[in-house]
Design a protein around this ligand. Structure first.
Ligand code: URA
Ligand code: CA
Length: 437
C-alpha cells in the first residue's frame, strides 16, 4: 500500500460522491494504483459503489474504459489487411446467436474475431457451448488468433488472461460488492475488452426482459447507447440491437443442444425467434464492414449464404482448423447426447403466454448445463429443448418441452411446466428485434 495513492483514492471517492468530475488521468491513475496493489480493496470498493450510485459522465466512462485496457495485451489485425469485426451479447438463456452469426458473416467474406466467456449464472457462455465439440481448442494465443483469421476468416476463443488487467481486478471486486449492475461500469468493462481484442468494429446485442442482465427496457437502451458512444469514441465502427430476452431464444437451452441448433440454422432451418435475429445481426455486421452495401444487398447476401449452407461449411472448416475432430460434428453420434429424455406435457390446452427464461435457465442448470460454483463441471449433453414458444397454441397432453439429462439426475418437471403460462386467447406477437441503435 502507498500513502499518496490512498490519499488520491479518498479524494476520488469524495469528488465522485459530490459530483465533481475526475480528469482522465486521475481515473487512469486510480485504476493503475489498484492494479499495482497500491490501494486496498476497500478503497476501490468505495469508489465503485459511489459510481454505482452517482454514475459517471461520458468522458469519465471513456477514461475508465481506456484505463482498463492500459498495461494489458492488445491485438492488432492491421497486418491481415482486412476488416475484422467482433460481436458481443450481454447474455441470455438459449442465446445461440454467436454460433450462427460468426460463421455466417465469415462465409459472406467479412472476418470475425471473437473472444468469449463462460456461462455466468443462468446465462450460458459461448466457450462452454463450444467445449461440447471434441478436440476444439479454445485457449488460443495471439499468433493462433491471427492465423485463424488469415486462414479461415474467423476465430472464437476464450479470453486471454493478459487482456484488460484493470477490468479483471475491478470485475472481481464488483462481483462481491453488489456493483455489477451499474451502466457506466458495465459499459467500461465490456467496451475495454472489445478495444483490447483489436477488431475494427463491434455489434452489440443488448438483451432486455426477464432473462437479461438489464431486464428494464429503458435502462437496456441506455446501456446500448452508452456502449455505442464509448466504443465509437474509441474509434470502433459500432451498431447495437436491443433484443427480447423475455423468453429463451430459439428452442434449445444447453451446451451441445445449442450447438446442434446453431448448425441446423446454418443448414437452412428456420428456428422461430433465432433464425431471423441471426439474419438481422449478420446484415448489420456486413453493412458496418462495407458502408456502401445497401440493406437489400446485405439481405440478399445473407439469404444466399444460408440457403446454400455455406455458413455451415464455414463452421466446420473453422472448427477443424481449430482442432475439432471432424467426426465430432457429424450426426447422430458426434456431439454429446443425453442418456434420458423426459417430456413435460401441458395439463390443459391454450395459447402459450409466457415461457419464463429464468425458470428454463435454472432447470437447465439443475440437470448439469450450467455451474453453481466457479469451475464446476458440466454435462454438455444436458439441457431443455422447448417444443413451444410464446404465441403457440397447445392441446392438453401435448409436450411443452423435453428435458435432456443423465440417469440418476432428477428432471425438474414442475419447474419447466411452471415456466409455461397458458391463456385462453392468443397473446400479442412478441418480436425478438426491438430496436436498432
Ligand atoms: N459483462 C462484462 O464483461 N462486464 C460487465 O460489467 C457486465 C457483463
Ligand atoms: Ca437457443
Amino acid at each position: 500500500m502507498n500513502a499518496d495513492a490512498s490519499a488520491r483514492a479518498i479524494d476520488a471517492v469524495v469528488r465522485t460522491r459530490t459530483g465533481t468530475a475526475l480528469a482522465a488521468n486521475e481515473i487512469e491513475r486510480l485504476v493503475a494504483d489498484f492494479v499495482a496493489g497500491r490501494i486496498p480493496d476497500y478503497q476501490m470498493s468505495a469508489w465503485l459503489a459511489t459510481v454505482a450510485c452517482r454514475g459517471l459522465s461520458r468522458a469519465e466512462t471513456v477514461a475508465l474504459t481506456r484505463a482498463y485496457v492500459t498495461g494489458g495485451e492488445t491485438l492488432d489485425f492491421a497486418a491481415s489487411g482486412r476488416v475484422v469485426l467482433d460481436k458481443h451479447s450481454t447474455g441470455g438463456v438459449g442465446d445461440t446467436v454467436s454460433l450462427v452469426v460468426v460463421p455466417l458473416v465469415a462465409a459472406c467474406g467479412v472476418a470475425v474475431a471473437k473472444m468469449s466467456g463462460r456461462g455466468l449464472g443462468l446465462t450460458g457462455g459461448t466457450i462452454d457451448k463450444l467445449e461440447s465439440i471434441r478436440g476444439l481448442r479454445l485457449e488460443l494465443d495471439a499468433d493462433d488468433v491471427y492465423r485463424m483469421v488469415d486462414q479461415v476468416g474467423m476465430v472464437i476463443t476464450g479470453q486471454s488472461a493478459g487482456l484488460t488487467p484493470g477490468d479483471k481486478v475491478t470485475y472481481a471486486l464488483r462481483d462481491v460488492t453488489g456493483t455489477v449492475d451499474s451502466l457506466p461500469l458495465i459499459a467500461a468493462s465490456i467496451v475495454s475488452k472489445k478495444i483490447a481484442v483489436g477488431a475494427h468494429g463491434v455489434l452489440f446485442d443488448v438483451k432486455t426482459g426477464a432473462g437479461a442482465l438489464i431486464p428494464d427496457r429503458d435502462r437496456a437502451v441506455e446501456l446500448a447507447r452508452l456502449m455505442v458512444e464509448v466504443a465509437t469514441g474509441a474509434g470502433l465502427r459500432c451498431r447495437a440491437v436491443l433484443t427480447d430476452m423475455s423468453q429463451p431464444l430459439g428452442y434449445a437451452v444447453g451446451n451441445a443442444l445449442e450447438v446442434r441448433e446453431a448448425l441446423d440454422v446454418l443448414r437452412g432451418r428456420e428456428v422461430p425467434g433465432l433464425t431471423d435475429i441471426c439474419r438481422t445481426i449478420a446484415e448489420l455486421m456486413l453493412r458496418s464492414a462495407d458502408p456502401d452495401l445497401t440493406p437489400a444487398d446485405a439481405e440478399r447476401k445473407v439469404s444466399g449464404i444460408l440457403a446454400g449452407g455455406e455458413g455451415y461449411e464455414q463452421f466446420v472448416r473453422w472448427a477443424v482448423a481449430q482442432g475439432a475432430e471432424p467426426a465430432a460434428l457429424e450426426e447422430p453420434d458426434g456431439l454429446p447426447t443425453a442418456e434420458c429424455r423426459t417430456q413435460v406435457v401441458a395439463d390443459r390446452g391454450g395459447y402459450v403466454r409466457e415461457v419464463d427464461p429464468r425458470a428454463i435457465g435454472t432447470a437447465a442448470m439443475n440437470v448439469g448445463a450450467g455451474r453453481f460454483v466457479k469451475g464446476g463441471s458440466l454435462d454438455y449433453s444436458a439441457g431443455v429443448v422447448l417444443r413451444h414458444r410464446v404465441g403457440d397454441q397447445v392441446a392438453a397432453g401435448e409436450p411443452l418441452a423435453v428435458i435432456h439429462h443423465r440417469h440418476g439426475v432428477q428432471p425438474p418437471i414442475d419447474l419447466v411446466k411452471d415456466a409455461f403460462q397458458l391463456s385462453e386467447s392468443a397473446p400479442p406477437s412478441r418480436p425478438v428485434l426491438l430496436q436498432v441503435i
